[in-house]
Ligand binder design. Structure first.
Ligand SMILES: *Cc1c(COP(=O)(O)O)cnc(C)c1O
Length: 226
């Protein structure tokens, strides 16, 4: 797995983007976040060599083990935190990551705001929406999303760029992607972080501006090794 898969994913994103609408300065091609969780620096390095800039990790501690070295070796890396963030990890996360996709509660918004001020490093963020209203999943309920975005902006001064979701497994994702797009419109946000290996073409057809793709690039994940 590697370069050929990366090229194929990029090609599919381009084709799906044209099905969504013509590309323009206002509507640039969606960005691919290569999700490298569970893969080590040796496996990530060739993808960096191929020019890929955006990467996603879902755990702060795991990312700390590989990304400082890779960020020193390659210019222009944009590292996205796509997994849940505990408030006691906020300081480490802000120091290492460049974008946070998982703002899902007021306590976290507050902790991030405090750390952005303390560190002088203000990161763009996404609000995570529990689009399928699944009890086991993180995220703001769809009905509370617009209000929560306003709280993040007005009370905590966060630079909210868009919404992020992980639709329920085993159901067609399209209606959920459409709903996230509607919510973003209602909150006057322009970025949509949606679509994974199984459904990124659909997400792009529905207006995703960031897709988060892991296994289609890096191959099957072996959690037992970590
Ligand atoms: C792991 C993960 C992905 C990538 O999943 P794949 O199915 O391997 O593409 C995307 N988003 C989040 C939040 C993830 O945790």
């Amino acid at each position: 797995m590697g370069i050929a898969q990366l090229d194929e994913v990029n090609q599919r994103i381009k084709e799906a983007a044209l099905r969504f609408g013509p590309l323009s300065e206002d509507a640039p091609a969606p960005k691919l976040i290569a999700v490298s969780k569970t893969f080590d620096a040796d496996q990530i390095d060739p993808i960096l060599s191929a020019g890929q800039k955006h990467f996603g990790e879902n755990r702060v501690q795991e990312a700390q083990g590989k990304w400082p070295t890779l960020k020193e070796k390659y210019d222009g890396i944009v590292l996205h935190l796509i997994g849940p963030l505990q408030t006691n990890k906020v300081k480490d996360a802000v120091a290492l990551f460049d974008v946070i996709h998982s703002v899902d509660r007021e306590k976290l918004a507050k902790a991030l705001a405090k750390e952005f001020t303390a560190s002088g490093r203000k990161l763009p963020v996404f609000v995570q929406v529990n689009i399928g209203e699944e009890p086991q999943k993180a995220g703001i309920a769809p009905s509370e999303t617009v209000e929560f975005v306003k709280t993040c902006q007005n009370t905590y001064g966060l630079d909210v760029r868009g919404l992020m979701c992980i639709p329920p497994a085993g159901a067609p994702a399209a209606p959920y992607f459409a709903q996230l797009a509607e919510l973003a419109k209602g909150a006057d946000l322009h970025e949509l972080s949606m679509g994974m290996s199984a459904d990124f073409d659909t997400a792009v057809e529905m207006g995703a501006t960031y897709v988060r793709v892991g296994s289609a690039i890096f191959g099957h994940r072996d959690y037992s090794a970590h």
